[in-house]
Write a protein that binds this ligand. Structure first.
Ligand SMILES: Nc1ncnc2c1ncn2[C@@H]1O[C@H](COP(=O)(O)OP(=O)(O)OP(=O)(O)O)[C@@H](O)[C@H]1O
Ligand SMILES: [Mg+2]
Length: 1021
């Protein structure tokens, strides 16, 4: 039934609606942001000001303007009672539109990510989401996938029509909404989206993550803050004149006084006027208003006085409804109010009419689609005043009643509204309802965990555990014992990085499991404790937990659990450098899985063996396990396992110099990452692809990929991956001779990896080997390129020490040994160089590492050349260079050939030397390896030759690469760096790097000169 909206319960004198005044400047500023967004330069604006200053009104004015221009407008609001409900703010804004799309469209707009959206917004009850769980897999990856899916939905949705999203009252936003906001705000820079976020700055500090979110986005340059001030005196006067249609001196004098009372706060102005009009002080008589001479009799002294005064005028039923509505907090449905107040239909309708006529409650327009009418307070201050008047004891009792009423209203669907119900239980005196409260709190906590809303999950679960701990006799009702709740809470803590607390909770879960003889739960808890220790670098403790877990698994005769424990143990042992023991642990897992004929498990175990052998050799063994893992992963339908096997096989291909295998497995892993819709896995694939492109000399592709991946890793908050991506990209910059850019990348990577801490204090800090070593690679490579050989050796040695200690032999061979041996050579420290060469050879043999062997050969050959054994050196250099080219590892191959040319010249074969140098020149020009190229040209001149004209067949223009030529054309078309970047999908900074290379190559000094040159030579066509 719909309430009758025509006649209020009793006739009342009411204030005419206030026209909008004094906001031209603010509207113009926001309008600009709107225009920018319309052009595809999306952004975020924080609209900030004191309570009642007019944020909502201004946002509404902007929304109206946008709608008129064909924009789509979505509005979401935060409510204080929802502070703990995951993604409440975004659910509020997006649910209506998400629910209005049919399943097929939704599938299309999310590229099959409906399950992810449903995980974020459980109320989105869609077919297709049920069958697939979005929350499988590594928690960090799940979260990235959820956020990513939502952000791409937003940009895709905005492709049809520009989108204005207004999110209001951020001071009450839940932690996950703010996290999601932070994520989305960084993804919309190129979309037709404007995010307008309002909050009350007086309350900003109640929500610490709000300040951080805003600051971070502003610092990143993707958001602006717009401060909204109260109305100035003259606008207050104008407001009164326009609202009451009077411009006489008395009205003006009144307006001046009004300004003094309210200091121009529109909400206060409005409430004061309402009090005066409703009380009959200001009265409409004949054609005009009278009563302007009111001094300060009965004039409210504060907003609260004004509101309180008006509330006192309400009838008892209306006031009762307002009280219940203030406890419900957000939008409240007609049905819920009926249940709570126990009023008859007629009485409730009359009360609601009274409240609406007094503009205390308003009908909510958010869910027009739903049959249910909903109401909310016309202004947050109204709610606060009513709520504050209730007193603590009564509010706690009323929250309990609201929870009970919600349960009744939602009936059999109550469980799927667990978050909403739990929010009230958290504020209620829940002791009285312990078993039921535990059930909803746990359900809400688990739902939040599935949506990666870890902060909220932790608070629900902690409240549940607290209740269970108070020892209510039936606290274990519905099967949720304290130990099991502790296990759930431990998961949340672990995800939040609170490992100590996680450990403590797992210990509780374990103790309870042991006490009741649940050996399987005991084994699980021990494994989790082991992992927690492992992640914080406490390997010995981790091993002790794994041993206990194995013991429990044996007692319960649980093969899969035992196998998982052995795999975890293997990883830990490997980290400790106990390679042999690591292997036997994982083999043990293999035997268990084979006996159990558990193919899904077998796939995982083979994958673990693949990884183990890829890093420690022998590669054939790794390959064998890799192939088994792939076949099993496919037959047991585990695409994520298949992905990781392909990824590891690509890595193995890279390490062993098998370009074809690398290319194949990189492509397969990229394909799977895409089909798993996982941005994180795609990044891991990209990482291997970049190093591959770097090695084979496809530097354009490598750099473009690195740039994209670095941006994504930043957006996803993946510091370890980001650090490595920066190193691999930086190495290409270094190769091109851009030392400064390389240095920048390596510096950031170094900090991200915590490499300094690793160097200072080798025992206390847990190391992420796979991040710390690449950070050393980058820095050592930089020092070598910059000519500081001693430092190159020092940093390289530090990296080698980490590799050696951890048993990751492959990391020593990959780039580190080549760098330090080269540095030793240039220092003429030949003994040291020989030593490194021998180490490289030995490790490469162990790994069957073709590239490593070629590097070892190169090292020996250079020692021979530099110690004057020219005759031997020529042969050795040629063989080593051929080997490097065969891998292919083109830059090092070409560099070695330069030394071959030198040896040839020394031995009198000038013709041969010139031939090699021409070949080197061609390769380096194609790569764009500027420094090496300059050295080569000098060497050609030394031989008395003339360096070739810098041309390459692909670009056809003075040695420009294809990309550089494209950039020349765009410069000639008068495009800015920004526009060129947008056209080529690279950053403006990369464009400017390219440009300085182009200037150097062509010997021009300005864009104008370059434009002329492009015209002259007809490259523009
Ligand atoms: N510039 C204006 N001209 C006329 N009326 C205004 C103006 N600004 C706000 N108002 C009126 O003042 C009241 C309070 O404004 P509004 O709700 O927009 O404030 P707010 O800043 O959103 O407050 P809160 O922080 O409490 O949400 C509203 O009824 C609104 O219509
Ligand atoms: Mg507001």
């Amino acid at each position: 039934m719909t309430p009758d909206t025509s006649t209020p319960a009793r006739p009342r004198r009411s204030l005419p609606p206030l026209p909008l005044v004094g906001r031209d400047g603010d509207l113009a500023a926001l309008g600009e942001a709107l225009e920018r967004a319309a052009e595809g330069r999306g952004g975020t604006v924080f609209l900030v000001g004191e309570g009642g200053v007019g944020k909502t009104r201004l946002a509404a004015a902007l929304a109206e303007r946008a709608s008129g221009d064909g924009w789509r407008v979505l509005t979401g609001r935060g409510y204080p009672v929802e502070t703990g409900v995951p993604y409440a703010l975004f659910a509020d804004a997006f649910l209506p539109v998400l629910q209005s799309l049919d399943a097929a469209t939704l599938q299309l707009m999310t590229r099959g990510g409906v399950a992810e959206l449903a995980a974020l917004f459980p109320a989105l009850d869609v077919a297709g989401a049920a069958g697939r769980s979005a929350s499988r897999g590594d928690p960090a990856d799940v979260k990235a996938r959820l956020f990513w899916t939502f952000a791409s939905f937003v940009t895709r949705f905005a492709a049809r029509a520009p989108l204005l999203v207004v999110v209001e009252n951020l001071q009450w936003a839940d932690a996950s909404s703010l996290e999601l906001l932070h994520f989305v705000a960084r993804q919309i820079a190129g979309a037709r989206v404007l995010l307008l976020c309002t909050y009350n700055d007086a309350e900003r500090d109640v929500n610490p993550s709000l300040g951080q979110t805003e600051q971070s986005l502003v610092a990143l340059g993707v958001a602006r803050t717009h401060h909204l001030a109260a109305l100035p005196r003259e606008e207050t006067v104008r407001l009164v004149e326009r609202a009451f249609g009077g411009d006489g001196a008395p009205a003006r004098a009144f307006a001046e006084r009004l300004y003094e009372w309210t200091r121009g706060n529109p909400f206060f102005i409005e409430e004061t006027l309402k009090t005066l009009v409703e009380g009959g002080t200001l009265e409409q008589r004949g054609g005009g208003w009278t009563g302007w001479d009111v001094q300060d009799v009965a004039v409210p002294r504060s907003v609260r006085d004004a509101v309180g005064e008006r509330l006192r005028r309400l009838g008892a039923p209306a006031f009762g409804v307002a009280r219940w509505a203030s406890v419900v907090g957000g939008r409240v449905s007609h049905d819920l109010l009926a249940t709570l107040t126990g009023l008859s239909d007629d009485a409730l309708l009359a009360a609601l009419d009274e409240l609406r006529a007094a503009r205390i409650l308003a009908e909510s327009h958010a869910d027009l689609g739903s049959a249910d009418v909903r109401y909310e307070f016309a202004h947050p201050t109204l709610r606060e005043t009513v709520y504050a008047g209730l007193g603590l004891a009564r509010t706690r009792a009323m929250h309990a009643d609201v929870a009970a009423a919600l349960e009744r209203v939602h009936a059999e669907y109550a469980e799927s509204h667990a978050g909403e119900i739990a929010a009230h239980l958290l504020r209620a005196d829940a002791r009285a309802l312990a078993p039921k409260a535990i059930r909803y709190l746990v359900a809400a906590g688990r739902e939040a965990l599935a949506a990666s809303a870890n902060r909220e999950a932790a608070s629900y679960l902690a409240a549940a555990l607290d209740l269970a701990d108070r020892g209510e006799p039936t606290a274990g009702g519905e099967g949720w014992s304290a130990g099991r709740i502790a296990a759930e809470l431990a998961r949340a803590c672990q995800r939040l990085g609170e490992h100590e607390e996680g450990l403590r909770l797992w210990r509780r879960a374990r103790d309870e499991a042991a006490a009741i003889g649940d050996a399987a739960a005991e084994a699980d808890a021990e494994r989790r404790m082991g992992l927690a220790c492992y992640w914080s670098g406490r390997y010995d403790e981790a091993l002790a937990h794994y041993a206990n877990g194995l013991d429990a698994a044996r007692r319960s005769d649980d093969a899969p659990r035992a196998a998982r424990l052995q795999v975890a143990r293997g990883a830990c042992l490997q980290e400790l450098g106990h390679v042999a023991e690591a292997r036997s642990a994982v083999r043990e897992a293999l035997a268990i899985a084979e006996r159990a004929r558990d193919y899904a498990l077998l796939a995982r175990v083979h994958r673990a063996l693949l990884l183990l052998h890829a890093w420690t050799g022998p590669p054939d063994e790794a390959r064998r396990h890799g192939e088994r893992a792939l076949a099993l992963a496919e037959s047991s339908a585990q695409p994520a396992v298949a992905w990781s096997a392909h990824w590891a096989m690509a890595l193995l291909g890279g390490l062993t110099g098998d370009a074809a295998a690398t290319a194949h497995h990189v492509a397969e892993s990229e394909r799977l990452a895409e089909s798993l819709r996982s941005p994180t896995l795609a990044l891991w694939s990209a990482e291997v692809a970049i190093e591959y492109a770097s090695g084979v000399g496809d530097w354009e592709r490598g750099l473009t990929l690195a740039e994209h991946s670095v941006a994504t890793a930043r957006a996803l908050g993946q510091p370890a991956l980001l650090s490595r991506l920066l190193v691999w990209g930086g190495l290409i910059h270094l190769g091109r001779g851009d030392l400064a850019r390389g240095r920048e990348c390596f510096g950031e990577a170094w900090d991200l990896a915590g490499a300094s801490a690793a160097a200072d204090d080798r025992t206390a800090t847990p190391l992420d080997v796979h991040t710390v070593i690449p950070a050393h690679v980058g820095m050592a490579a930089y020092h070598l390129a910059a000519g500081d050989r001693e430092r190159a050796i020092a940093v390289g040695e530090a990296g080698l020490a980490v590799a050696e200690r951890s048993g990751y032999v492959a990391w020593a061979v990959h780039r580190l040994l080549p760098i330090v041996s080269e540095a030793a050579l240039w220092l003429s420290d030949f003994d040291r160089a020989r030593l490194y060469g021998a180490r490289m050879r030995e490790a490469s043999r162990q790994l069957d590492h073709r590239l490593g062997l070629a590097w070892a050969d190169a090292c020996d050959a250079l020692v021979a050349e530099l110690t004057g054994e020219t005759g031997r050196a020529v042969d050795m250099l040629r063989r080593a260079a051929d080997a490097l080219d065969a891998v292919p590892y083109v830059l090092d191959g070409a560099r070695l050939r330069r030394f071959l040319a030198r040896a040839l010249a020394k031995s009198g074969d000038r013709e041969g030397a010139a031939r090699e140098l021409r070949r080197v020149h061609e390769v380096l020009a194609r790569l764009g390896a500027e420094r090496e190229l300059a050295l080569t040209r000098a060497q050609i001149r030394e031989l008395g030759g003339r360096p070739p004209v810098r041309s390459s067949s692909t670009a056809g223009a003075e040695g420009l690469t294809a990309r550089e030529l494209e950039i020349c054309r765009l410069v000639a078309a008068r495009k800015s760096n920004k526009e060129i970047g947008a056209a080529l999908d690279i950053s403006p900074r990369t464009v400017s790097t390219h440009l300085s290379n182009i200037f150097a190559k062509l010997g021009v000094e300005s864009r104008g000169e370059l434009t002329d040159l492009v015209r002259q030579r007809g490259w523009g066509e």
